[in-house]
Design a protein around this ligand. Structure first.
Ligand code: SF4
Ligand code: F3S
Ligand code: FES
Length: 244
């Protein structure tokens, strides 16, 4: 290889599944765009280039660009991941992007995870429930630091939806709460300030839309960009449910 060819940037071909459901004339189709790779290029930068240079109508979501807001989840070569944290240099020169399945499509790579997450949170009542009969003054006991650390770890979920998109059960069962929902319930089950009983938790997730719908397919944990211990939490809940 000569110095000249070595310094030439890679030419990337980015195939994008495009569809705008609010346009009656729109049909799902693949569109291909070619751009030159630049050092440190992420898919966020690549998509901005495509939108600026070729396709101003291209829809996709980004807010933080730092793996924090959870808005940029998409299928990258068939696997759910955050586009803002994905370097093109880690991928082949031909890249295929599609919107996350399960969630409502807004257009192109943009999906409405918010509506799904809100419905799941309302169904599972993902907030601390205090019982005035048990704790009339609502006093907080100091929390064991190891337990606080464990809860903090589970709170790192950014609701990106990647675990839901990777889950075969979520694709088949519309109301399945997914690993994200089970992780949240495990978090509240651990929290001593939440005075819900085992029976209360059973009511919420002791069915096929909850912990018994999970078939241990493991895709959720494989794709979680925050590396949350989803399997451990699901197994923990299942043990608690069997005893309840
Ligand atoms: Fe995303 Fe992981 Fe939270 Fe699922 S559990 S929504 S993959 S951060
Ligand atoms: Fe789905 Fe994860 Fe269970 S992929 S089936 S929630 S182990
Ligand atoms: Fe916020 Fe990617 S833009 S996580």
């Amino acid at each position: 290889m000569t110095d000249e060819t070595r310094s030439k940037p890679r030419r990337l071909t980015i195939n994008i599944l495009r569809h705008n459901p609010s346009d009656p004339g729109s049909e799902p189709h693949m569109a291909s765009y070619q751009i030159d790779e630049t050092p440190g290029m992420t898919l966020y930068i690549a998509l901005n280039r495509i939108r600026d240079e070729f396709e101003p109508s291209l829809q996709y979501d980004f807010v933080c660009r730092a793996g924090i807001c959870g808005s940029c989840g998409m299928l990258i070569n068939g696997r759910p991941n955050l586009a803002c944290r994905t370097l093109t240099e880690k991928l082949d020169a031909e890249i295929t992007l599609a919107p996350l399945p399960v969630f409502k499509l807004i257009g192109d790579l943009s999906v409405d995870t918010g509506e799904w997450m809100r419905a799941m949170s309302e169904r599972l009542e993902t907030w601390v429930h205090q019982n005035e009969a048990v704790n009339p003054d609502r006093l907080e006991e100091p929390m064991d630091p190891d337990l606080a650390e464990e809860i903090y770890e589970l709170d790192r979920c950014i609701e990106c939806g990647c675990c839901v998109a990777a889950c075969g059960t979520a694709r088949m069962r519309e109301k399945f709460v997914g690993a994200v929902g089970l992780n949240k319930l495990a978090r509240f089950r651990l929290d001593p300030r939440d005075q819900r009983t085992d029976e209360d938790f059973y009511e919420l997730i002791g069915d096929d839309d909850g912990v018994f719908g999970c078939m241990s397919l493991l895709g959720c944990q494989d794709v979680c960009p925050k590396d949350l211990p989803l399997q451990t939490q699901i197994a923990f809940l299942r043990r608690k449910m069997v005893k309840a």
